[in-house]
Design a protein around this ligand. Structure first.
Ligand SMILES: N[C@@H](Cc1c[nH]c[nH+]1)C(=O)O
Length: 373
């Protein structure tokens, strides 16, 4: 039988690693005082597609319920958690969750996430705690080779303000920036001021170390809003560096990849192949749909991807006890003599090479004994 495009089976090491990644995530977040939350897999589409959350219904797995409402398989944890906690009292809260999201615009329809959301916190504290939690988690998974990238939605938004673009034009330009398509940016802005056009094109290349920030502090010296953003990113980098993390870069040309972001954005890349292992950012505006003024920030790890990059567990030694239907019970009892080993019982030895030790059952003085072969 075949599977629909985007669905896939999973076996062996990938599952073992994924379960380990989940367990480590639970421990790390528990120690940092995150409270676990779970939301249902089936939700109303509106939770994600409303004007503020702004996600695209097209990419969701959806159907009509008996009342004619559109229901979806959870496409995003952040909006679901916001819905779940919106009615709670306004206090500093740290939430953690683990589970699948379903979207058709990604490689696999189902992807497993482990994420955190921090609400009602001082903005700098919330962002720092997100990043430091991510760093501790990667460390405990022994994933050492990664780069953290910081960006901010405000840069692109401030720069295009004078252009007064309509929503479609803005979206098209944002996509061109996201894809780092200089030619397209130029083309889309053909009828607009050369200066802003050139500044945006240059911004596509504005990524790298802290020197990029120093450079743009000079370029934007007359622009207090942009300077404040640079200052904010610089402070985050300094905090990370002070805790020993040096692999931090900035991408000033980065635009939001989710409609609800408004503020700092972060991503983690695995150095080996450049894949994105976590992604997140500030999204205070998502709470406006519940008429709440608050701060909210979070990030989510792609657990499937982490599982691929984790070392294969140095698994315990494997033993095989060769038995017969008559001696099967003896073999089963012998398991407790081998508490540290993975024990398989076979009637006829197959896959001999996978075992470190093979036992057979012999009869001695009318008694069965399990002995090494
Ligand atoms: N929900 C985001 C990650 C995130 C968590 N909190 C904020 N952002 C995603 O799926 O990419």
């Amino acid at each position: 039988m075949f599977l629909p495009a985007g669905s896939q089976d999973e076996t062996g090491v990938q599952i073992a690693n994924r379960l380990k990644a989940s367990e480590v995530f639970r421990k790390v977040t528990e120690k940092r005082n995150f409270k676990a939350i779970s939301t249902p897999v089936v939700e109303y589409a509106h939770t994600f597609t409303n004007e503020i959350a702004g996600m695209d219904l097209q990419s969701m797995l959806k159907w009509f319920n008996s009342e004619g409402e559109i229901e979806v398989l959870r496409p995003d944890w952040t909006a679901a958690v916001a819905r779940a906690i919106a009615k709670q009292h306004h206090a500093f809260q740290k939430w953690s969750y683990q589970g699948s999201v379903f979207r058709m615009d990604k490689d696999g329809t189902e992807s497993r996430q482990a994420g955190i959301e921090i609400v009602h916190a001082n903005p700098f504290l919330g962002e720092s705690e997100c990043l430091l939690t991510a760093i501790q988690y990667l460390k405990e998974l022994e994933i050492e080779e990664y780069v953290i990238e910081l960006g901010h939605t405000g840069i692109f938004e401030q720069m295009i303000l004078p252009l007064q673009l309509n929503q479609d034009e803005e979206e098209a330009l944002r996509l061109a920036m996201h894809e780092k398509r200089m030619d397209l940016v130029e083309e889309l802005l053909i009828n607009y001021s050369d200066e802003i056009k050139q500044d945006l094109v240059k911004l596509i290349d504005a990524y790298g170390g802290i020197d990029v920030i120093s450079h743009y502090e000079k370029v934007w010296s007359g622009h207090p809003e942009l300077l404040a953003i640079l200052q904010h990113i610089r402070k985050l980098i300094e905090l990370l560096e002070a805790t020993g993390v040096s692999e931090v870069i900035v991408d000033l040309g980065r635009v939001k990849n989710l409609p609800y972001y408004d503020g700092a954005m972060f991503r983690g890349f695995v150095t080996k192949d450049g894949s994105t292992c976590f992604s997140g950012g500030r999204y205070d505006r998502l709470y406006k749909q519940f008429e709440q003024e608050t701060t909210a920030v979070g990030l989510a790890f792609d657990v499937d991807l982490l599982a691929q990059h984790m070392m294969v567990e140095n698994s315990c030694s494997r033993a095989c006890i060769l038995a017969t239907p008559e001696t099967h019970a003896i073999a089963e009892k012998h398991r407790k003599e081998l508490p540290e080993e993975i024990v398989d019982i076979q009637y006829e030895l197959q896959n001999e090479t996978v075992y470190n030790t093979i036992y057979t059952i012999v009869r001695d003085n009318n008694q069965y004994k399990v002995v090494k072969r």
